[in-house]
Design a protein around this ligand. Structure first.
Ligand code: ATP
Ligand code: MG
Length: 228
């Protein structure tokens, strides 16, 4: 699903990523850990093509992300859901409209929007809060809206950079349980975290970065039934 070959990203003299090689299978949930500045966010930004690597190749599915032309970036982004630490919800739109936003942008039919958005909000347990604004929701609920928005188009891949960085431990666990549930439905999930307890409890593959290098990887887990 995701393949990085010798990926390097420099910011001046800093090597945010240094010859990273990585393969993540379809349907796998992998955690990315490492100290502040280790390169976690840089890795995520390269995957959703917020930035380009200086060297190496990044393949997602059958898309060569590293050499993708600008005009094809929306096509890449439709195949991945992105979840942010600070949620990035539109403050003047309801939970429902936040989740519906991209579908509306694509010109989806109203019945299709209703069906998909309700389905996503049900999955994250927020259908009762569909018509509340983000300011009326708790942090954990706002992140659930962020997750619903990420999965509403049924992407094969979800990328989350410290999705629980602003949440308390109990809420963080709930969010990880939800991501695990989404992974169990067949979505590949790459998620970074600083939360050591979550890393231990969830027993997922753990990729450790240090100064831009992969210094430990508990290894890929083959998920039966997936070969993308
Ligand atoms: N836009 C940028 N310009 C210059 N340096 C950058 C930029 N983005 C990241 N860096 C540097 O690259 C290195 C990796 O940063 P990155 O944000 O990927 O780390 P991180 O693992 O996400 O850290 P944190 O846990 O604090 O979020 C750091 O040394 C950082 O200062
Ligand atoms: Mg970061």
């Amino acid at each position: 699903m995701i393949k990085l070959k010798n990926v390097t990203k420099d910011y001046g003299s800093i090597k945010a990523l240094d010859r990273v090689n990585l393969e993540i299978n379809a349907g796998e949930m992998a955690l990315v850990v490492g100290a502040s500045g280790a390169g976690k966010s840089s890795l995520m930004r390269l995957l959703y093509r917020e930035e380009k690597p200086d060297e190496g190749q990044i393949i997602i599915g059958n898309i060569d992300v590293s050499s993708l032309s600008h005009t094809k970036i929306p096509y890449l982004r439709r195949r991945m859901g992105i979840i942010f630490q600070d949620f990035k919800l539109l403050p003047h739109k309801t939970a429902f409209e936040n989740v519906a936003y991209a579908l509306r942008g694509l010109g989806a039919e109203e019945y299709e929007i209703q069906k998909r958005v309700s389905g996503a909000l049900k999955l994250v347990g927020l259908i009762d809060r569909a018509f509340n604004l983000p300011s009326e929701l708790s942090g954990g609920e706002q992140q659930r809206v962020g997750i619903a928005r990420a999965i509403v188009q049924g992407p094969p891949l979800v990328i989350a950079d410290e999705p629980t960085g602003n949440l308390d431990p109990a809420t963080s666990f709930e969010i990880f349980r939800l991501l695990e549930k989404i992974a169990e439905r067949g979505t590949t999930i790459l998620v970074s975290t600083h939360n050591q307890q979550i890393v231990q409890e969830f027993g997922k593959r753990v990729i450790t970065l240090d100064k831009g290098r992969v210094i430990a990887d508990t290894g890929s887990v083959n998920v039966p039934g997936f070969s993308r």
